[in-house]
Design a protein around this ligand. Structure first.
Ligand code: BGC
Length: 786
């Protein structure tokens, strides 16, 4: 029997213990102590995001899948859970690549929370300007911080394997170096604001159709050189706080449960020190995910927390694996603004950021054609503006990559703002048509359909409308020039199709023909503006107009940005980061990419037949490393516009190519001189052709690039780029090693992959080898070789 005094002592000890636990609060230096103090339940809680209001995964509706959290920051995609006992705050994750994606309004308050809609990823990459991308990142990062978020779920950096991928607009390029360098610049910019990023979707998320189930079959060489390389560069050059593991399987295993991918490669080989977050999936095999090194389940389900607890208790999951994830999450949380107690304003400087997006968008635009100096516009006052999207300009794509921006400047508004007289009769035809179409769309919407999702609804109704020839003839007489905008919208959950999307529609073709015919007859010019986030067919029609400006989806200031380029206020210096083929069938991956048939299954459809379906249940990347210019350039296949191509209003000369050996590899420099009449910037692309004797390689591969400052006529600048021997190497699957053959490497300075202006030689005296882990074999998949 216990005496009174032992009872008292026990009580005092318990109280002291409780006080100690209470006083133990997370700080940057006591992560291990906190870890020791945590119960299994608390550890499991920290590894699972705070579930949003509904089901996720296979039973999800669109809101859950693209994130709609009501807590802390309404509309943010997800959160980590708080453990107040240990001073661990909840943190907030928000989409996405083109700016902060949160709800613009909140119930019962008049204040608004619009974020700036920046140019889509593809447009940013086409600037070939890493400093500019970093500056844009700073503005986006500032909005993340000032809207009370901790992590931006961006950048998207999957490879443009096919122009049909519905999310290419969020991604950067067909080339891993452009992808990696652009992502690294973006991450550095955002993280300079004291908030984090999530480079996504790691890895091999090449298609949207059946993205949560499809097994992407990719050989080890293509993985190492193409699909993983961009992530490797971004991890090594920018230290992202988080990586998002993708929805798909990769060579038979969910990327989210793949220890070879998330631990062996990402952490052991590349030195990643942040956390891995799943893409917004439901419950899978949580124990395998934790074991793989996937720290956080997002958006999170209570069932996942329970599964971790149960499986640790049953011995199926080691507590050491859980601890490794929890430790990393704690180390992550102490970096977050919410942990620092940052007093966010909810008032980022939207005006200043509008100026940033207006200017950066002009630099990503690519002038594809400019016959007889059609652009910049001269002696033009009255303009005829054709095309539905001229009045309904597309700022960005749909899905989680969309931003709830306060406005989008249309091309018509941009031209008006720049002082042109936009023909009112024609404008009325289009604006009435658009109003009519939107009324039709509204009629299909269920009661209470959220305003912010109307753009999805309208997208289907924004189809081109025929314009009578007599109307066009009148316009040709009344105006000095014609603009035709061709628009394309795409987004998450569904891939594009060839007919009426990659290819022109019949109505568009007729409009282009009639407008060119009518305007050319009276000696007037026609300019086509491409307002899209992806590639379309151009070879069959590009001969018709006088100029073609690829404006991409340029963000909320779109119409102003286009007008800046048309008038010459900004000299275009964007270049293509992907090949524009003559036809879709010319691209090797087309033979192994879902076609229209599976697209028709629709967004978020989880239909599966009985027998495994190719391109649905599994997709072979049979073309291996023959992605983009690596294929076209090596095999001499004609393209419509090559990788790296883009015109300017001025002309540049390249001189004094120099290559100097360094300890790591070489340093290459080139002098660029503006020999034209107007100020402008030039991006120089550095390609390398390897000597024979080693692995079979593409004819040449991009290894680095740099861009001049704005050079005045007559002015020169010398650009210097570094390349290491490791970066020259290719992957030998049989030996599981990187290899670079000894011999002469031709270092080429190009204005595009087909326009090499100068070259020099680099001699590698000894062959180079670097052994790495023999992992991610296609043979892990039941579909290997099928
Ligand atoms: C997308 C991610 C996004 C997440 C959260 C997913 O459906 O694939 O890119 O970050 O939703 O909204």
């Amino acid at each position: 029997m216990k005496t009174k005094s032992t009872l008292l002592t026990t009580a005092i000890l318990l109280a002291a213990g409780a006080m100690q636990a209470q006083s133990l609060q997370l700080n940057a230096d006591n992560v291990e102590e906190i870890l020791k103090a945590m119960t299994l339940e608390e550890k499991a809680t920290l590894c699972v995001g705070k579930s949003s209001q509904g089901a996720v995964g296979a039973n999800a509706n669109a809101d859950d899948m693209i994130g709609m959290h009501a807590d802390l920051v309404p509309g943010a995609a997800g959160m980590t859970q708080a453990i107040p006992r240990l001073g661990i705050p909840a943190t907030v994750m928000t989409d996405g690549p083109a700016g902060v994606r949160i709800n613009p309004t909140r119930p019962n308050i008049s204040e608004t929370f619009y974020a700036t809609g920046f140019p889509v990823g593809t447009a940013l990459a086409c600037t070939w300007n890493q400093e500019l991308v970093e500056e844009v990142g700073k503005s986006i990062g500032n909005e993340v911080l000032e809207y009370g978020c901790d992590i931006l779920l961006a950048p998207g950096m999957n490879i443009h394997r096919s122009p049909l991928c519905g999310r290419n607009f969020e991604y950067y390029s067909e080339d891993p170096v452009v992808t990696g360098k652009t992502a690294a610049a973006y991450v550095r910019g955002i993280q300079s604001q004291g908030v984090g990023t999530s480079i996504k979707h790691f890895a091999g998320n090449s298609q949207e159709n059946n993205r949560t189930e499809v097994d992407e079959i990719i050989d080890q060489r293509a993985l190492r050189e193409i699909y993983l390389k961009g992530f490797e560069i971004a991890v090594k050059e920018s230290d992202p706080w988080t990586v998002m593991s993708s929805y798909n399987r990769l060579n038979g295993i969910w990327t989210q449960a793949d220890r070879e991918l998330l631990t062996t490669i990402l952490r052991d080989e590349w030195g990643f020190r942040g956390i891995v977050v799943t893409d917004w999936t439901g419950q899978r095999n949580t124990a395998d995910q934790i074991h793989a090194g996937n720290d956080l389940m997002a958006p999170g389900m209570v069932e996942q927390t329970q599964e971790i607890i149960d499986k640790v208790k049953s011995g199926e999951l080691k507590i050491e694996d859980v601890d490794a994830c929890v430790r990393r999450i704690l180390q992550h949380i102490v970096r977050c603004p919410r942990f620092r107690g940052y007093n966010f304003s909810n008032k980022p400087d939207l005006k200043a950021h509008a100026a940033v997006t207006r200017q950066s968008a002009t630099e990503g635009m690519v002038l594809l054609k400019n016959n007889n100096g059609t652009l910049p516009l001269k002696d033009v006052k009255k303009v005829s503006v054709f095309g539905v999207t001229s009045y309904n300009f597309i700022a960005g794509g749909t899905g989680s990559g969309d931003v709830n921006k306060a406005y989008t400047v249309s091309l018509m508004e941009g031209l008006n703002n720049a002082g042109f007289e936009v023909n009112k009769d024609l404008a009325n035809i289009y604006t009435n048509y658009i109003a009519f179409q939107h009324a039709k769309a509204d009629a299909t919407a269920p009661a209470g359909f959220p305003e912010m999702f109307k753009s999805y609804l309208y997208a289907r109704y924004n189809v081109e409308t025929p314009i009578e020839r007599a109307v066009i003839d009148n316009q040709a007489n009344a105006s000095d020039i014609a603009f035709i905008t061709i628009g394309r919208q795409a987004g998450e959950g569904q891939d594009r199709k060839e007919a009426d999307d990659f290819n022109m529609t019949e109505i568009e073709r007729q409009l282009l023909q009639d407008v060119c015919d009518a305007f050319h007859k009276v000696g007037k010019r026609v300019v086509v503006i491409l307002n899209m986030g992806n590639v379309m067919e151009t070879a069959s029609w590009k001969g018709m107009p006088d100029a073609i400006l690829l404006a991409w989806q340029p963000g909320q200031e779109g119409g102003n940005s286009v007008a800046d380029v048309l008038t010459g206020k900004a000299n275009p210096s964007g270049k293509l980061t992907m090949t524009w083929p003559v036809s879709l069938m010319d691209i090797p991956s087309t033979k192994n990419f879902p076609g229209a048939e599976s697209s028709s299954s629709g967004m978020m459809s989880f239909f599966r037949g009985n027998a495994p379906k190719k391109f649905w249940d599994y997709t072979p990347h049979a073309e291996g490393i023959n992605v983009g210019y690596r294929y076209f350039n090596t095999y001499g296949v004609e393209v419509s516009y090559p990788f790296g191509y883009g015109l300017s209003y001025t002309t540049f000369a390249y001189s004094r190519p120099v290559v100097k050996a360094t300890k790591e590899g070489f340093e290459a420099s080139i002098t660029v001189t503006n020999i034209g009449a107007v100020e402008g910037k030039e991006a120089v692309e550095l390609y390398v052709a390897a000597p024979a004797g080693g692995l079979q390689k593409p004819a040449q591969e991009l290894k680095a690039y740099a861009k001049t400052r704005s050079l005045m006529p007559g002015e020169s600048q010398t650009l210097t780029m570094k390349v290491s021997t490791y970066e020259l190497a290719s992957f030998n699957e049989a030996e599981s090693q990187w290899e670079a053959a000894a011999g002469q490497y031709i270092v080429k300075f190009g204005a595009s992959v087909e326009d090499i202006r100068a070259s020099a030689i680099y001699k590698l005296a000894k062959p180079y080898f670097l052994k790495v882990n023999d992992v991610l074999k296609p043979s892990r998949s039941q579909f290997a070789g099928k």
